[in-house]
Ligand binder design. Structure first.
Ligand SMILES: Nc1ncnc2c1ncn2[C@@H]1O[C@H](COP(=O)(O)OP(=O)(O)O)[C@@H](O)[C@H]1O
Ligand SMILES: [Mg+2]
Length: 359
């Protein structure tokens, strides 16, 4: 898929911006603070109905306006469509395709697949398990709507159950049959979600390993394993844990506590890998996300690469450039504050360039 042109109004620091994009490589240049990342965020928003940085829509509105609007003409599998996304302080978020609104916003997710490379990606290795779950959830949600809906129901019920556990610990006389209703639904969803995660990891792993071997200069063996509480005895384990849940006022077991063990030569990447190895690891994860979504959907996702040349060393940049030269990707957006460096690196690849000017 690719954006043919975009029209941004009052999104973060961008008041008005119109740009005709190339269906190949696009460069977004300009000094730091000029809105390059904001432009990528606008593209991300049009694909996934949310920002990759902000958790609330209201902070995305330009400080001098009371709404934002994003519009993009896209081509996906030879269909020409117009995506429009808008939000104002008085109305709720609205996403339309050719002027038509969805019944549910979730129906938009995955129609316009996207993969983001961001400067803080190494947090995927160094940070908490929540980031790793989010990485795989976003991957699965972009090709499986049922997974997306199940996950959102799960999170909703989990919140209700946790709230109820808090009440139970205060007022002992509360009816615990309501807990049984939450439990039944959660157990069912735990089985479904963990099965999907396990299946996805199985398919994803060889793709990831191939990418890791390509971009890493060393010979270590990279691996990913899925770790979960959910197994065939999960129902009884979960129910036996009820007293502990009431005592700790939260649900201890379930897919919300899953993690993914990332290793190099069977040693934890988080604990033992060098900086360079960690970078290779996350770069391979992102490239694998691209390949995997491409395979699943038959559409090349757009790639948003934010300040990628700042974060990668020459060896990995060379590997990435070779993929760009060989047309592995579809539409790509790369931001960089250092125009000369980028133009030099990309001198053998045709690109379209947009400069975000100083205000
Ligand atoms: N809602 C907003 N209204 C106006 N400016 C904003 C808003 N949100 C963020 N910004 C501004 O955007 C700028 C950062 O833009 P960014 O895209 O990160 O720049 P770059 O990536 O080019 O370094 C900051 O100066 C920040 O204050
Ligand atoms: Mg930036």
């Amino acid at each position: 898929m690719f954006f043919k042109d975009i029209n941004i109004s009052y999104f973060k620091s961008i008041d008005n911006l119109k740009w005709t994009c190339s269906d190949g490589l696009n460069l977004v240049l300009g000094n730091n603070g000029n809105g390059k990342t904001n432009l990528l965020d606008a593209l991300y928003y049009m694909c996934l109905t949310k920002s990759f940085l902000a958790s609330s829509d209201s902070v995305l509105i330009h400080q001098d306006a009371d709404f934002f609007r994003l519009e993009g003409n896209v081509e996906v599998l030879e269909n020409k469509l117009t995506i429009a996304a808008s939000f104002s302080s008085h109305t709720k978020k609205k996403i339309t395709i050719d002027g038509e609104e969805y019944d549910k916003l979730s129906q938009h997710i995955g129609r316009f697949p996207v993969v983001l490379f961001a400067p803080d990606d190494t947090d995927l290795v160094r940070g908490s398990s929540e980031l790793r779950r989010k990485f795989f959830d976003l991957l699965i949600c972009q090709f499986d709507l049922q997974y997306l809906e199940s996950l959102s129901t799960y999170n909703h019920i989990l919140k209700q159950r946790n709230h109820y556990l808090k009440l139970l610990s205060i007022k002992e006389k509360l009816d615990i049959t309501l807990l049984a209703i939450y439990d039944k639904k959660l157990i069912e969803l735990n089985h479904y979600i963990s099965k999907k995660r396990a299946e996805t990891i199985l398919e994803f792993k060889p793709i990831f390993i191939t990418h890791y071997n390509f971009i890493s200069s060393e010979k270590e063996k990279a691996n990913i394993e899925y770790e979960t509480d959910v197994n065939s005895d999960f129902e009884s384990i979960f129910l036996n844990n009820q007293e502990k849940d009431i005592f700790s006022q939260r649900t201890n077991l379930g897919i919300h506590a899953d993690d993914f063990e990332w290793t190099l030569d069977e040693k934890s990447t988080k604990k033992y890998a060098s900086q360079g190895q960690k970078k290779s690891f996350v770069l391979a994860l992102k490239l694998a996300q691209f390949t995997f979504l491409n395979l699943k959907k038959g559409i090349k996702p757009i790639l948003l690469m934010d300040d990628i040349f700042d974060k990668l060393d020459d060896f990995r940049i060379k590997k990435l450039l070779s993929m760009l030269t060989e047309n592995v990707f579809g539409q790509v957006f790369i931001t960089d504050a250092r125009a000369e460096r980028t133009k030099n690196l990309l001198k053998n690849i045709p690109f379209n360039c947009f400069t975000m000017e100083d205000k």
